[in-house]
Design a protein around this ligand. Structure first.
Ligand SMILES: C[S@@+](CC[C@H](N)C(=O)[O-])C[C@H]1O[C@@H](n2cnc3c(N)ncnc32)[C@H](O)[C@@H]1O
Length: 249
């Protein structure tokens, strides 16, 4: 395969305009507080080519209709959703290790998104789809009630400054939403290296009436979770990792 060095992100977006739409446009022009900021980073040729070639094959796009998982994956296997996969290395490993489970990963950061897309193509796996969209909005409007077997939230942005705590993903309203989408005995698995956020997660998840903690406090290290890119940075600074595993009652 020869590299198409003329390909630019503008051309790719012209071919696939949905790549550039990451949220539902607010009707009253007032954008809600977001859990992310969009970071720009120049994409390499492999990433651009993967987007151009495989966006329609492996990527989901926003529509106000609920997902039809059987149509998406061609089977009725359980579905697990990951929110904020970053560069997606651990996402790919988990999906490759568990072909009997279908995975949907959300990430708005285009560099990481296109990198994972390239790696999905290369690995040729069929049980992983990705979506470049605000996961909060997509889950609220496209994921049917009681349809998801698990949610993975690995090292969500810690938003350390107090005035930014409202941007944190793990808040009671969002946890209620996730719980409403879980099948009975489905799980929420979260991990963080930010101590004060870990305590907040434990509090918020424990306060959700439809969830119960599978552990006494924090979970131990879950053996099958591969180390993530963000986790490596935290470990290099000797941050302690906290993991949480809650189950739908
Ligand atoms: C700190 S990074 C961690 C990435 C990865 N899980 C890891 O451990 O290396 C958090 C990621 O979540 C993404 N993110 C935050 N809020 C999101 C949302 N509402 N929808 C989709 N992605 C989101 C950000 O773009 C960011 O890349």
């Amino acid at each position: 395969m020869t590299a198409n060095t003329d390909l630019t992100i503008e051309k790719v977006i012209e071919h696939h305009p949905a790549i550039d739409i990451v949220e539902i446009p607010p009707e009253d022009r007032r954008r809600e507080v977001k859990s992310f900021v969009l970071r720009g980073q120049k994409l390499g040729t492999h990433q651009l080519e993967a987007l151009d070639r495989s966006f329609d094959k492996y990527c989901l796009t926003y529509s106000p209709k609920p997902f039809d998982f059987e149509k998406i994956f061609g089977n009725r296997n359980p579905v697990v959703i990951e929110i904020g996969f970053g560069m997606g290395e651990s996402t790919l490993k988990i999906a490759s290790d568990h072909p009997e489970i279908n995975y949907i990963g959300f990430e708005v950061f285009l560099f990481g998104f296109s990198k994972l897309l390239y790696n999905i193509e290369k690995a040729g796996i069929t049980n992983l789809r990705i979506m470049r969209f605000d996961a909060r909005q997509a889950i609220a409007s496209m994921v049917p009630q009681s349809s998801i077997s698990g949610f993975h939230i690995f090292f969500p942005d810690p938003w350390p400054k107090k005035r930014h705590h409202g941007r944190r993903l793990i808040q009671s309203g969002f946890v209620e939403l996730l719980s409403s989408r879980l099948v009975s005995s489905g799980y929420i698995y979260a991990a963080t290296d930010w101590e004060d956020y870990a305590k907040q997660m434990l509090e918020v998840l424990s306060a959700c009436p439809s969830l119960k903690n599978a552990y006494d406090g924090f979970a131990g290290r879950i053996p099958w979770r591969p180390e993530t890119g963000f986790e490596r940075k935290g470990l290099a600074k000797s941050y302690e990792i906290h993991e949480l595993w809650f189950v739908k009652k």
